[in-house]
Every structure is written in C-alpha cells, then in structure tokens.
Write a protein that binds this ligand. Structure first.
Ligand SMILES: Nc1ncnc2c1ncn2[C@@H]1O[C@H](COP(=O)(O)OP(=O)(O)OP(=O)(O)O)[C@@H](O)[C@H]1O
Length: 261
C-alpha cells in the first residue's frame, strides 16, 4: 500500500538536542489525523520533516510514496499545503481576498498571473465551501482572524494539494469564530477528493470526529497513536499529560478537565 506519510524510526538531532526520538507514523489514504502535543513537543519539527525542510538524522521518511533521498522535494512540496499563522505575515495585506486565494495556485505571494475564469471559479467554490464567499472583494488585512484562516485554507486548496496541514488554525480565535472555522473544516471533509488533513493543536476539543486518528507527541516522541476515540480516554490522556485528567465527550469531541481542578 502507498502510505500518504510513512515515517520509520525517525530521529532528528540538532547539536546535542534530540528533537525527534524514534518517531514512527503511518498515515493511510482516507484517514485524517490530529497531531496533539504541548508547547515544544516537536510538532513543528515533525511538520518540517514531512515537508522536507529538515532531514532525519536516522530513520526513513516517505511522503506520498516518495522516499526522501529519491525525490525532488520542491516537487513534493507542491502536493502539500501548510496553513500556519506565519504565512499570514508574509502576504500582502492590501491584496484583495480573491487574489490572495488565487495566488495559492501559483505558489506566489502576490498575484502576477492574469486572472482566468477557471481560477476565479475554483476560488469562489472553495470560498463557498468554507463559508467566506462574502469576503471576495475585501482587502485581506480587513478580515478578522477567523476569516483570515478560512482565506488561507482556501488559498492552500487552490494548489490542489494531496496533504493539507492545518497548523493550530484556531489560535487566537474566540469561541464562536473557532466553531465557525471548525464547521468550515467539517464542510471541507464532505467534499469529494478532500486532501488528507493533518490538524495540529494543543486542544483536544478542537479535534472533530472526522479526524479518525490522533498522534500524541511529547518531548519529540510518540506517546500513543491510533483511532481518536481510543486515544480520547481518561487513562490515555492522563498518561500523556502526566497529570490526572477527566475527559468529557460531547458530540464526538473530547473536553479535558484537570482532575480535582
Ligand atoms: N533548530 C533547532 N535547534 C535546536 N532546538 C530547536 C530547533 N528547533 C526547535 N527547537 C526546540 O525543539 C523543541 C520543539 O520545538 P517545536 O517548534 O517543534 O515544538 P512545537 O510542538 O511545534 O511547539 P509549539 O506548540 O509551541 O509551537 C522546542 O523546545 C524548541 O525550542
């Protein structure tokens, strides 16, 4: 079987720091994964590895069936969308939302291509899916944080990625904006030919049931990985957080409380 992501015993060291320790992770087609870890647990490092920005010290990495060392990483990166807050800072705030989105197809900051009907049509379709069509003519900088996230997701989708990484997309969002964004992500997964989603977060309650699998990362090592409903249990998460917690489930999502707290 061709795995979407296949990491085997990956170790990554920078100086005397061991940032990834014996990480093995297999993502199969049709699965969507959540990647859960506290600050500094190595999530970003792992994502950099998947995108080929860093190279394993030992172990093997293969993404979309291409083994690192045997593939042009620039080509591979075209199949991976990575939506993170650092991207926001790189975009031109005065660009119109439609241009920000369409520029994603050409992997540019700013739009240098002539707009064509196809691109405009796709951009509108993604915006509709994500519930942000009304922002079409707005300057990007005037969008709220939640709206910007939707625009950036639509932008990443323009390149037709096979993997879409959503890197802490709900950071800085209030409760209602967060739920609206999560609704949009849910909507996205209902489309035909959705890319494999990797949802990176610190918070269990953001993990929608559509994220069938979860990987728990602590100090650069995988503590557990597998089906989300098995992971979102008191014992597994207490062990993961190294602190007794209680998990309340509501509509397939897990809300964690510190025991006694
Ligand atoms: N190039 C590097 N050299 C040395 N240490 C690094 C390097 N890059 C990251 N680190 C350290 O490795 C640890 C993991 O960092 P990483 O950014 O992967 O964590 P993270 O899980 O994404 O954290 P956060 O949730 O806070 O974004 C941190 O302690 C960080 O300071």
């Amino acid at each position: 079987m061709e795995y979407v992501i296949d990491l085997q015993n990956v170790h990554w060291r920078s100086g005397d720091q061991h940032l990834l320790r014996d990480v093995s992770w297999k993502v199969r087609p049709q699965e969507h994964w959540a990647l859960l870890g506290l600050n500094g647990s190595g999530k970003t490092t792992l994502l950099k590895m998947i995108n080929g920005y860093i190279w394993p010290t030992t172990g093997a990495v293969s993404v979309l069936g291409h083994r690192f060392g045997e593939v042009d990483l620039r080509d591979l990166r075209k199949s991976i969308g990575w939506v993170s807050s650092s991207l926001q800072e790189q975009l031109y705030g005065t660009d119109k939302v439609q241009h920000v989105i369409i520029s994603g197809k050409y992997a540019t900051i700013g739009l240098y291509e002539r707009l064509n009907e196809d691109d405009l049509g796709h951009a509108r379709e993604w915006m509709r899916t994500l519930g942000c069509e009304h922002l079409w003519d707005r300057e990007f900088r005037t969008c709220s944080q939640g709206e910007k996230q939707k625009v950036l997701i639509a932008r990443a989708l323009m390149a037709d990625p096979r993997i879409l990484i959503l890197d802490e997309p709900c950071n800085g969002l209030d409760l209602f904006s967060r739920e609206r964004l999560l609704d949009s992500i849910q909507e996205l997964t209902q489309k035909e030919q959705t890319p494999t989603l990797i949802y990176v977060t610190h918070h269990t309650e953001e993990i929608l049931p559509v994220f069938s699998h979860t990987l728990l990362l602590r100090q650069g090592a995988v503590v557990e990985s597998g089906r989300t409903e098995r992971i979102m249990e008191d014992t597994v998460l207490s062990d993961f957080f190294q602190s007794p917690v209680i998990v309340d489930k509501h509509r397939g999502r897990a809300y964690v409380r510190i025991q006694g707290g």
